[in-house]
Every structure is written in C-alpha cells, then in structure tokens.
Design a protein around this ligand. Structure first.
Ligand SMILES: Cc1ncc(COP(=O)(O)O)c(C=O)c1O
Length: 435
C-alpha cells in the first residue's frame, strides 16, 4: 500500500493541514457567515450570456480567417487540440494596452489555465530546484508557496509592512541567500491590493523595486489578480507597465473579472533567453514547451468565450467591471463601517484594521494570539468564519491578525457577520482590559 511518506514531501507540509482544517470547519458550519473565501460574488456570473460570446468569437475569427472558414468550421477547429500559447493572445494584448498600459509583443503572451497554472509554469521553467531560490513577500498567497513546495523549490520570505514589501529586508535576504551559495532568481509579489493583507506598493517603491531587480539581478513575478478592482484612488501603474528592462514576468487572470470556472488566465514573459548555438529565444516559448508537457493548451472553448467577451467590449474590461467595482467598494465600506460600529473602543481595546483601496481583503489586528480553537469557537458558537493570518505566513508573524474577505457577502451579511465577530471577541477584549 502507498504511504503518505512515499508521496511528494510537499503533502506533509503543515500548510496543507491548516488549509484542510479551514476547509473542514467551513464544511462543518455551512450556515455560518463566511469572511473566509476570496471569491468573486456569484451574482455577477452571467454564464449564459458568456456562452453566447462563443458565437461572437467564431464569427469574428471566420471573418478574419485567411482560409475563409465558416463560423462552424472555426468552431470545429476550436474543438481540436490548440496552439499551446493560446488562441486569444492578440485580444489579451489589446486588453493589456487599454486596461493596464502594458505594451508587449503578442508572442510573449501565454494563455494559461488560470493564474495558478501561469505561476506553476513560470516557476517550473525559470527556477532550478536546489540551486535557485524564490523570494516571496510574506505573508503571501497560498497558491504560490504551495506550488513552490510541490516543485521542491526553496522559498525565502521577505517582510512586508503597511505598504507592502519591505525593500530593506529584501536586500538583506538577497545577501543572505547569496552567502549560502544560492541564487535569489525570482521575487513573487502582489503589488496591488494583495492577498492576504489588502495592501499596495507605493509608486516610488515600485520604481525602487525595479531598480533593485537590476542591481541585484533577479526577476520579478508580478501577480495582478486584483489590480482592476480599485475603489478610491487612481490606479498605480503595474510593475510590468514600468518595466523598461524586461525584469518582470507578469501573471493575470479572468477569474475575478469574469468568473473562476472559466479557468482562463495568462502570463507575459518577454525576456530573451540565450539558446545553445548562439541563438536567442523568448522566455514565453520556453514556458510554452513546459505547458505542452502539462496541460497541452488552455481550453480553446473557454478562451473563445473570453475572446468573444473582449470583442463585445471593444478590447477593454474597464467599463464592464465598473458595476462590480462599485459593489465590492460598497462592501469594503460596509465592512469598515460595521467594524467602527461594533468596535467603538477599538484604539483602547488594541484592535485595528486597514482600509484597503481595492481588492477583496482587509486585515484585522487583535490584541491577542489568534488560534485554531478561536476559529472553531467562532464557527460553532457564533456562526462566523474568517481565516487566521498566520496561515499565510512562511516565517513568524500574523499571530494576532485575521483576514476578512468582503467580496463574497452582501452588506447585510457583512453587518451581521461583524456583529457576531464582536460578540465572539467582547469577553476576550474585556478580560484583557481588566488585567
Ligand atoms: C493573488 C492571487 N493570485 C492568483 C489567484 C488564482 O487565480 P486563478 O483563479 O486565475 O487561478 C488567486 C485566487 O484567489 C489570488 O488570490
């Protein structure tokens, strides 16, 4: 019989146990109000309308087809195995120019099975296990630390503060990795509305980070899953939009803009690669070789749906998501208002929270350690779920924080959820004030 010990060692990682615990608690208390999942709200999933976009795509592809195939013939071709880099790279390129100010060659784009596959492909292509190290902003999205572990890659956490990555700590970590004879090859970072903290990297820090990537010679893996979901300020330029030296590999997704069930994301890898024989290749092509050995190609049907929607919206999703941004922004406001209402004494009680200017997440800081037992009590006795921030950390930290996702609830549910949270915490805060 197989034993767990004989399987991939990543499966023994405590991270997986904590996630199992969270999933178990969620499954056991299905009626609890849940601030746990960072999911887009399903009120926005207009699946039937999106299926009609398939026809928009095939019609368009037929009209511009050099072989003069009919829409039905195009549809038949889509049903076949497809181009590894994807069939909508041109449309994604147009969208990136409109929506992100990113101007890249179509050939440097690979359409992937969500951002998750994009990250896996980048790590599997760029990093050599045992020699190269992935630096990660800590705390981080579990999908990146998880896949790095599955691939047997070394991970080094870099501290974060109220405005994201701590650049001084980054330099210290790079020096320490080099002192051990390893290469800090790549840094993973979510500069906009990060998961889990909800923080964003300031404009000046973005330029400084790009400068550091040149001086210390590392690549940046920029994950921009939430960038379009900005609620207050002008959006800041992505690292990729500022990247003049091709230091940034960029990952995006349609999961939050459209819906996650599509499983369509993409990456940009416009770095030159010196190949044997004195030739120069493109990192996107090397990544495509790895993709051809894993998922072969991203579902062409699903790509065509995304492509049709992009065509319907003239190559930009900015107006399309305006209503969603208004909804999520209202939820953010509702959460902040509920927290202020239910914790009127916050400063004296040692409670604080950030007000993220976009994305799906807010961090609540408490004056005591948050344990799995507290989460269990919260779900069982108070009917409210959340995630201990500790779960997202590689190094120490986050012990006194929780992540509240505000994307998946209505304002009324948010109000009730915070009321329940306040009832859970009241005796603990009182106890602490008395001592
Ligand atoms: C920061 C971040 N990156 C990537 C993903 C995964 O996106 P996808 O559904 O495209 O795989 C998520 C999903 O929650 C996320 O929060």
């Amino acid at each position: 019989m197989l034993t767990a010990r004989s399987l991939n060692p990543a499966l023994e990682d405590p991270l997986l146990d904590t996630m199992n615990f969270l999933n178990e608690v969620t499954a056991r208390y299905p009626d609890a109000i849940s601030f746990a999942p960072g999911r887009p709200h399903d009120a926005f999933f207009d699946v039937r309308a999106s299926l009609a976009a398939l026809d928009v795509y095939t019609e368009h592809a037929s009209q511009s087809d050099p072989l003069r195939r009919s829409p039905d013939q195009v549809l038949g071709a889509i049903a076949q195995y497809g181009r590894t880099k994807g069939i909508i790279t041109g449309l994604v390129r147009t969208m990136l120019r409109h929506d992100e100010g990113i101007d890249v060659d179509e050939e440097s784009i690979v359409v992937t099975v969500g951002a998750q596959e994009a990250m896996m492909l980048v790590l599997a292509t760029v990093l050599r296990p045992g020699e190269d190290v992935l630096l990660v902003a800590d705390p981080t999205y579990i999908g990146i630390s998880g896949i790095a572990r599955v691939l047997g890659l070394g991970l080094v956490p870099v501290s974060t503060g109220p405005s994201g990555l701590d650049l001084a700590d980054l330099e210290r970590r790079i020096a320490a990795v080099r002192a051990e004879g390893k290469q800090p090859k790549m840094l993973y970072v979510i500069p906009d509305f990060s998961n889990p903290h909800g923080t964003s990297l300031a404009r000046a820090a973005r330029s400084r980070l790009l400068e550091l990537s040149r001086t210390h010679d590392f690549l940046i893996l920029e994950d921009n899953a939430y960038g379009l979901f900005a609620y207050d300020l002008e959006r800041l330029p992505t690292l990729k939009a500022l990247d003049r030296d091709r230091r940034v590999v960029y990952v995006g997704t349609f999961s939050k803009i459209l819906y996650p069930g599509l499983r369509v994301g993409f990456l940009i890898a416009d770095q030159a690669v010196a190949l044997p024989g004195g030739h120069t290749g493109l990192l996107a092509d090397e990544i495509a070789k790895v993709k051809s050995m894993t998922s072969v190609n991203t579902s062409s049907i699903n790509q065509a749906i995304v492509g049709g929607l992009l065509l319907e919206h003239s190559g930009t999703f900015l107006p399309y998501i305006r209503e969603k941004c208004a909804f999520y922004g209202r939820n953010r406001d509702a959460l902040v208002a509920s927290l202020s209402r239910h914790f009127p004494d916050a400063a004296r009680s040692g409670i604080s929270w950030n007000v993220p200017s976009g994305g799906f997440f807010l961090t609540l800081t408490l004056p005591f350690e948050v344990t799995g037992a507290l989460l269990l009590e919260s779900a069982r006795d108070f009917g409210v779920l959340w995630v201990p921030m500790r779960y997202f950390y590689l190094g120490p930290g986050g012990g006194d924080q929780i992540r509240l996702a505000f994307s998946y609830l209505t304002p009324a549910e948010i109000e009730e959820g915070v009321a329940r949270l306040a009832r859970l915490l009241a005796p603990k805060l009182h106890e602490r004030r008395e001592t």
